[in-house]
Write a protein that binds this ligand. Structure first.
Ligand code: UT7
Length: 319
């Protein structure tokens, strides 16, 4: 039986930090409201000349260094992003060129905040099918460019960043299982409806969101998907050493952990420093927890995400 295994992680956060206090000077909000309702203290904002592929490139170099893998060993690139450099070509193709790699398949996955889970599950399937040996999987986002900075209901929530992993063939897991779901009937609940048509932007070019609806849905499916992953593998929830959830709101994370009976000490959180970085949030959190030595060899790690669509999913890993 062939599996895939994570052999290196990397992350990149743009230099500029925007604090809640900075936001107090931009919209009618307060540090205490943002902290108490979301757990966010600050977020990183990309420089004007940085693109999603630039953030991805820096995170990829970190992952390659950690894995001791060179560009000629990478034979699949998947990028999860909602904020691509261009409508086309894909950010994965642009990243491939910036890395100096030729010929391997490179494509983007669009599942918004669940994008990294979808991308990692897809790369795992390429490897299990014997179609690829080593894959680079990246989540990269520049949400600061799709936020209405006059809308306090959304602009305080998001940040920019990128996270990357390298996975390679292994005869032992590695990635044990992946679980993906979507329900397109909620398409307008959290969306950026704007599009280019006949040379003009049609629809709204900024994120719109029914916050409460997203919150309730997220808490529901973030619990369900953990039960699904654990049950399918005949494990107990207590077997999970580390839960690495999408970082949207600390209250969503805490409610999920409480319902599952998982103590917060076993949950990796970065929301306070990063805000919601959409497809980048899970690989960024994974990178931090693997680099600081929290995650030990042999432990079960469960990644889980939920996002616009709705989309949701989990990847169970034996580290
Ligand atoms: O990756 C997935 C993406 N999105 C999410 O996961 C978001 C999920 N939803 C949430 O995290 C929460 O619903 C929010 C953080 C967006 C909002 O928190 P809430 O506790 O659901 O607040 P609310 O929307 O019910 O608003 C409560 C009050 C309202 O005022 P009134 O009507 O009670 O007078 C809002 O106008 O808070 C007000 N409010 C704010 N006040 C200060 C909304 N945004 C702000 C703000 N600063 N930034």
């Amino acid at each position: 039986m062939m599996y895939s295994k994570i052999i290196g992680t990397g992350g990149y956060l743009p230099e500029k930090i925007l604090t809640n206090h900075d936001l107090e000077n931009m919209v009618d909000t307060s540090d205490s409201w943002i902290r108490s309702r979301t757990g966010i203290e600050q977020r990183h904002i990309a420089a004007d000349n940085e693109l999603a592929s630039d953030l991805a490139l820096k995170a990829s170099h970190e992952a390659m260094k950690a894995a001791d893998v060179s560009t000629d060993e990478i034979n699949l690139i998947i990028v999860a992003t909602t904020t691509p450099d261009m409508i086309f070509p894909s950010t994965a193709c642009i990243l491939q060129n910036k890395l100096g790699i030729k010929n391997c398949p490179a494509f983007d996955v669009q599942a918004v905040c669940s994008g990294f889970i979808y991308a990692l599950a897809t790369a795992d399937m390429f490897i299990r099918a014997g179609r690829c040996r080593t894959a680079l999987v990246v989540g990269t986002e520049i949400y600061s460019r799709i936020l209405d900075w006059d809308d306090r209901g959304t602009c305080v929530l998001f940040g920019d960043g990128a996270g990357a992993v390298l996975i390679t063939q292994s005869n032992q897991p590695g990635i044990i299982s992946s679980h993906l779901h979507s329900d397109g009937s909620h398409a307008n609940t959290l969306a950026l409806s704007g599009n280019i048509c006949n040379g003009k932007i049609q629809g709204n070019p900024y994120i719109t969101m029914e916050g409460n609806t997203v919150f309730k849905f997220a808490v529901k499916v973030m619990e369900e998907i953990v039960h699904e992953a654990v049950a399918e593998n005949n494990l107990q929830i207590s077997d999970i050493s580390w839960l690495i959830p999408h970082q949207a709101n600390i209250r969503i994370i805490q409610s999920t952990a409480k319902k599952l009976g998982i103590p917060m000490e076993k949950v990796v959180t970065t929301i306070n420093k990063h805000g919601n970085t959409s497809a980048a949030s899970i690989p960024l959190a994974l990178d931090i927890a693997s680099r600081d030595g929290r995650i030990k060899s042999g432990q079960y790690v469960l990644l889980e995400g939920v996002g616009s669509g709705f989309t949701w999913g989990a990847v169970l890993i034996r580290w």
